[in-house]
Design a protein around this ligand. Structure first.
Ligand code: GDD
Ligand code: MN
Length: 364
């Protein structure tokens, strides 16, 4: 890029184990964006295959290439958000690092934004001229189902809200960014749902290609994140995905508690206090492990930090239990309705545990 020429476009590329693809992608961008002042920002979540090294190797001789390396965090959406926030160009695009998206559409997409025809341009598989033929039947079915669900439930009027390929005016993105979820895969759906019809959206068709190197990171956890995102958007962001998962894990903990309590009393004939204590420990431990696995899987504790975290979690939950009982008592004092008092206590407990776990156990 000639010095002094204002930057037009930042291309953000989230990567996890894409070492074999980055050089090809930069070569293709170079061809597709001739005449445009662009840069590419790779956001790598500390890939074990050394993707960062491959990107830095390119960046040493090509100043258009930038590298953000994140440690201790995982997640496609979060990586895209961070990449876009690191951009200084008026437009930012997101494109996968595995060459499955069609970079030759980028110039056209930029044109649509620069002429004011769009604030957001989506690379779409599900309009005339686009396709996702490389999907196997199962994946195609899931994709269709998720697309319909998003369209119906969130009233998103976009043919391909699940696309991972899009370009947006950076000022508009920046307005939305504080409300976006960093968890999950569905950053575009989040952007469209959060904007609530305030963005001028245009879709351009493209063909979703096959992966050359490496493998897809989309798994069943990603499906869970997706459902959580839908719920969060439906409740106007009052309930976050993380909180929902935390509460879900808490409810499972209740089941664990009762099963262990029952076994302690019936099978091992323990005194009640002992059985209750053991049950509480089992429930807290399984809650901790499940939260580490699910709710906080993007910042999962590993090695010795698991043990540290577990001990802190016990402490947090113990105080949470006091808060729970305290609130339940005072509600019951005013209004002796057992289920109301119980529910108020439980809500207090889960909110406390959630807030304190975020502060002390999985802090970041
Ligand atoms: N930084 C970072 N962190 N990047 C990630 C992570 C992560 O945790 N997980 C995946 N990526 C990167 C991959 O390296 C790749 O460049 C891109 O995100 C897409 O990931 P894939 O694992 O290849 O996803 P996919 O091909 O199954 O899904 C794609 O198609 C979907 C449409 O069906 C993605 O573009 C989705 O966003 C899209 O919805
Ligand atoms: Mn892919």
């Amino acid at each position: 890029m000639p010095a002094g020429r204002p930057l037009q476009l930042s291309v953000v590329v989230p990567t996890f184990n894409e070492r074999g693809n980055v050089a090809t992608l930069v070569r293709r961008l170079d061809a597709a964006l001739a005449g445009i002042a662009w840069e590419v920002i790779f956001v790598d979540d500390n890939s074990p295959d050394g993707t960062t090294d491959a990107v830095r190797e390119l960046a040493r001789t090509d100043e258009r290439v930038r590298c953000i390396r994140r440690i201790g965090r995982r997640g496609l959406s979060g990586a895209c958000i961070e990449g876009m926030l690191a951009s200084s160009a008026p437009c930012a695009a997101v494109i996968d690092g595995d060459l499955q998206h069609d970079e030759t559409q980028l110039a056209k997409m930029l044109g649509l934004i620069e002429t004011g025809s769009a604030d957001l341009v989506i690379g779409s598989r599900y309009i005339d001229g686009g396709s996702a033929d490389s999907f196997d039947q199962k994946r195609a079915g899931f994709s269709r189902f998720a697309t319909t669900l998003a369209q119906q439930v969130l009233r998103v009027r976009v043919a391909d809200p699940m696309s991972g390929f899009f370009m947006i005016r950076r000022d508009r993105f920046e307005q939305l960014a504080p409300q976006l979820s960093t968890q999950g895969f569905k950053i575009l759906l989040d952007v469209v749902a959060t904007a609530r019809g305030t963005l001028k959206i245009v879709e351009v068709p493209y063909t979703f290609g096959s992966r050359m190197h490496g493998e897809s990171k989309l798994d069943s956890m990603v499906a869970l994140d997706f459902l959580g995102l839908i719920l969060a958007k439906l409740t106007n962001d009052i309930v976050s995905l993380r909180f929902l998962l935390f509460a879900l894990v808490g409810s499972l903990g209740l089941i664990v508690h009762f099963v262990v309590l029952f076994a302690g009393l019936e099978a091992f004939v323990l005194p009640f206090a002992e059985a209750q204590g053991i049950a509480a420990f089992c429930a807290m431990t399984s809650n901790f492990l499940l939260n580490n696995f699910l709710t906080y899987r993007d910042q999962r504790l590993k090695g010795v930090r698991i043990l540290q975290g577990l001990i802190l979690f016990y402490l947090v939950c113990s105080v949470g239990l006091l808060a729970n009982v305290g609130v339940a008592f005072s509600v019951y004092d005013n209004e002796p309705i057992w289920w109301l008092a119980g529910a108020a206590g439980a809500l207090m407990g889960v909110v406390w545990n959630y807030a304190m776990s975020g502060l002390f156990v999985w802090r970041k």
